[in-house]
Design a protein around this ligand. Structure first.
Ligand code: AMP
Ligand code: MG
Length: 536
């Protein structure tokens, strides 16, 4: 007997209307939040990597994860008792345009596991085969994008950024055909399945789809369900009451719905501000990729800022407009929240409550930004002038081609009593640019040092706080690509090693200096290291 056991409580499919048709095949699904599906088995499941922290939360031991049963279940070849796979139905605005029904085309949830911590953890396979929402695609995922999702979601968690998690990464033993550059040269690549984990995978688009179809009943049910399952704090002492009881008591009045929307707005602001703090570019901020919980979700052609450039996007599909460029993420999140507000408007009498939520986004973003500026610059608290100082610094960093991560990490080594660029030398990509920018940067440093001295924070404590806000290690695009290249050559050890490094991003890790180095020249324009397509 092996010990791989989980307890499931599948509220989503119990409480919300579903499409139970057994018929396979792509279709429009009306009046339902989900469709019954089954994973398509694969030839030879093999575990590549797993997250010990996520396993622990689920109550799984190393022996459980290492078992052949685990590989069968988490590649989609077998189900554990209590698993009831479903694909979620949702729509979305893609690149600014309403795209209609999208849904889980290659993701399927297995169940909501009740974890060792008592929390609820939806387990979702990505790449486990077609669903009614697969449209023209195959429901599969390639190893390279699965490695990227697995590593980045864990790296983000350890950086303190709200995110979905990943339990496991498995090879399927089967190839998947992809046209990586959309140039007609489709080629087979190794396939993989990631098991993602989150309290909820509801997206803005989950609400937009029924709203777009005039399915107000379903919209209301989704909102009430989401509040009850995912935002219990909003219900106060009534959180433990069954959903049906609360409905009977008319608990979900407009005030509660307004508080919920406001909370969604606030969480979204906090999430996006974290992205800006660590230099993360999501790359595809379509409303179907925006979590209602304010979690970073759907890691596709994301990227990390090396040399500071607010106009950079990693996504080749977006190269023309660069809608999802680094510096626009806060305003795009707001645009997405406006779409969500429109979708929810049938549940409200007027627009005031929704406008109030959108205003809360602006206020929360402002507060988060001031907090992040203070933390990154080593100030007790940040005010408007500090934000302006950060903006001035960002212009200088852009002009000078400065590496974002290395600059802020090294900033804590600058002595405010004797400010100089010396500790920051290792943050420059180009010597000529460094020389040209030095006077302006020195002037900025002098102003900043004066501000720090006036602040009066005890130096050792200040330095420690700065190092907790400015990571030494981030999942630079080329690092992930190197691990992928090794995996394509049959060696998965680079993935496991990278996960280990990213588990402690704020610690100096002796012997792992190379993971904190400047992006090498060869990686500047290489596919996977600079730009990525959506083909995955
Ligand atoms: P994304 O841009 O990855 O968020 O995907 C947008 C939509 O396309 C979602 O509905 C996905 O489920 C679907 N999709 C992406 N890749 C595939 C695939 N290989 N097979 C089926 N559906 C896919
Ligand atoms: Mg998506």
């Amino acid at each position: 007997m092996n010990g791989l056991r989980l307890v499931f409580d599948n509220a989503f499919i119990r409480e919300l209307p579903g499409d139970l048709a057994d018929a396979a095949g792509v279709r429009q699904v009306h009046g339902a939040a989900w469709s019954r599906v089954a994973p398509t088995p694969v030839r030879a499941p093999r575990l590549v990597a797993w997250s010990r922290e996520v396993a622990a939360v689920l109550g799984l031991k190393a022996a459980d994860v290492g078992s052949s049963r685990f590989a069968e279940v988490f590649a989609g070849n077998a189900l554990l008792p209590g698993m009831q796979p479903w694909a979620a139905n949702y729509g979305g605005h893609q690149f600014g345009h309403w795209a209609g029904q999208l849904g889980d085309g290659r993701a399927m949830s297995l169940g909501e596991a009740v974890g060792a911590d008592g929390g609820r953890h939806e387990l979702q396979l990505k790449g486990a085969g077609p669903t009614p929402y697969s449209r023209t695609a195959d429901g599969r995922a390639v190893l390279r994008s699965s490695v990227r999702e697995f590593l980045c979601s864990e790296a983000m968690h350890h950086l303190g950024v709200p995110t979905t998690r990943a339990l496991s990464l498995l090879r399927t033993g089967e190839d998947v055909v992809r046209d990586m550059f959309y140039d007609g040269r489709a080629a087979p690549e190794p396939g993989a399945v990631v098991c993602r984990v989150a309290p909820s995978f509801l997206r803005f688009g989950s609400f937009e789809l029924p709203a777009s179809r005039g399915e107000v009943d379903l919209l209301r049910q989704l909102a009430e369900f989401c509040i009850h399952r995912d935002f219990p704090a909003l219900l106060g002492g009534r959180a433990d009451a069954p959903l049906a009881t609360l409905r009977g008591e008319d608990a979900f009045d407009e005030a509660l719905l307004a508080a919920w929307f406001r909370e969604v707005c606030t969480r979204t602001a906090v999430m996006v501000d974290h992205w800006m703090r660590v230099g993360f570019v999501h790359g595809v901020m379509n409303t179907d990729n925006m979590s209602i919980l304010g979690l970073t979700i759907d890691y596709g052609p994301y990227g990390w800022i090396d040399d500071f450039d607010p106009d950079w996007t990693p996504n080749t599909t977006d190269a023309q407009d660069r809608r999802y460029r680094f510096g626009w993420q806060p305003k795009i999140a707001h645009w997405n929240l406006v779409r969500l507000a429109h979708a929810l408007s049938p549940l409200f009498d007027g627009v005031e409550a929704l406008q109030d939520g959108l205003d809360a986004y602006v206020a929360a973003l402002d507060a988060a930004r001031r907090g992040a500026v203070a933390a990154k610059l080593g100030l007790v608290a940040g005010d408007r002038d500090d934000v302006a100082s950060m903006e001035a610094l960002e212009v200088l960093m852009h002009d000078a081609g400065i590496d974002m991560t290395r600059w802020f990490r090294a900033l804590s080594d600058v002595d405010p009593q004797a400010p100089s660029l010396a500790p920051l030398q290792g943050a420059f990509y180009d010597e000529d640019q460094r020389v040209a920018a030095a006077p302006a940067l020195e002037a900025w440093l002098a102003d900043h040092a004066a501000r720090v001295v006036a602040d009066g924070w005890e130096p050792a404590a200040r330095r420690e706080a700065m190092r907790c806000a400015n990571p030494r290690y981030v999942l630079r695009n080329y690092l992930a690509q190197q691990a992928i290249d090794r995996a394509h050559a049959g060696d998965d050890a680079g993935i496991v090693e990278l996960l280990e490094v990213m588990r402690r991003p704020y610690d100096d890790q002796p012997g792992r200096e190379s993971f904190a180095a400047l992006r090498p020249d060869w990686a500047r324009d290489r596919a996977g290291c600079s730009m990525l397509s959506c083909s995955s």
